[in-house]
Design a protein around this ligand. Structure first.
Ligand SMILES: C[S@@+](CC[C@H](N)C(=O)[O-])C[C@H]1O[C@@H](n2cnc3c(N)ncnc32)[C@H](O)[C@@H]1O
Length: 225
């Protein structure tokens, strides 16, 4: 009985709208408290630039899809790379190829992590990445480097074909460009996703991955058929 009334409440359009508004306002508060919150978030002592809800979603996706190779563009300070490696340790498989244009960053040392320095879309880097993947590897891609539409679209075109069936291409930070933060970064990842999906119908947006209501990656969990 309790279950039935709960699901009725969720179908109430006003309540749904109200929940969305609260989640949106919470995201804005969270994002704009950058020094206190998400520039002050760590995985095992290493700064991580992701929202914890998204990290949890990564964990669920990694467990379900069990990739052999995770390609990450945008190592940043390395917390997300180490987080991915830690998940792979628990699962017992997988390695991470992480790419960043900035060679001053200290990527964590870990047996599952291989760091490559250069632009994620340069032909040299793409060749290096392709050399590391075998034809029977399950591959997942996480794109979180330069958030301009142009760059994200180039990355999606370059890495989309590497994602294996049932796996994911995760496009980070679709909230930039006014969705609902960083209005001056328009067009950004969200606009790149929209254009890419019109070109490549093998990917679909997996809205289930937005179940926590707050994500930095709206429309960014893309599942390959
Ligand atoms: C938002 S940070 C990455 C955050 C990290 N993934 C995390 O969750 O902690 C973005 C990174 O992308 C890198 N970057 C910018 N343009 C790039 C490019 N063309 N290729 C590769 N990395 C790039 C920057 O140097 C920066 O370290």
């Amino acid at each position: 009985m309790a279950e039935r009334s709960k699901s009725r409440a969720h179908r109430n359009p006003l309540k749904v709208l109200y929940s969305r508004l609260i989640a949106r306002e919470f995201l804005k508060c969270y994002y704009h408290s950058r020094p206190k919150i998400w520039n002050n978030t760590y995985w095992m002592g290493v700064p991580v630039g992701k929202c914890p809800f998204d990290l949890w979603i990564y964990q669920e996706i990694l467990y379900e899809t069990q990739p052999d190779i995770i390609i990450e563009s945008g190592t940043g300070l390395g917390g997300s790379t180490l987080y991915l490696a830690s998940c792979c340790d628990v699962i017992g498989k997988g390695s991470i190829i992480t790419i960043d244009i900035d060679n001053r960053l200290n990527c964590p040392k870990h047996k599952r992590i291989r760091q490559i320095v250069g632009s994620s879309v340069s032909p040299r880097i793409l060749d290096e990445v392709k050399r590391d993947i075998s034809s029977d590897d399950a591959v997942l891609v996480s794109l979180g480097s330069d958030h301009s539409k142009e760059h994200v679209l180039s990355e999606m075109r370059a890495y989309g074909a590497m994602v294996t069936s049932g796996s994911y291409m995760i496009v980070e930070d679709g909230i930039a460009g006014g969705h609902p933060v960083k209005k001056n970064h328009y067009p950004g990842p969200m606009e790149a996703i929209e254009e890419y999906l019109a070109e490549d119908p093998t990917f679909t947006i997996d809205m289930k991955r937005e179940k926590f209501m707050m994500t930095f990656n709206p429309k960014g969990y893309l599942r390959e058929a």
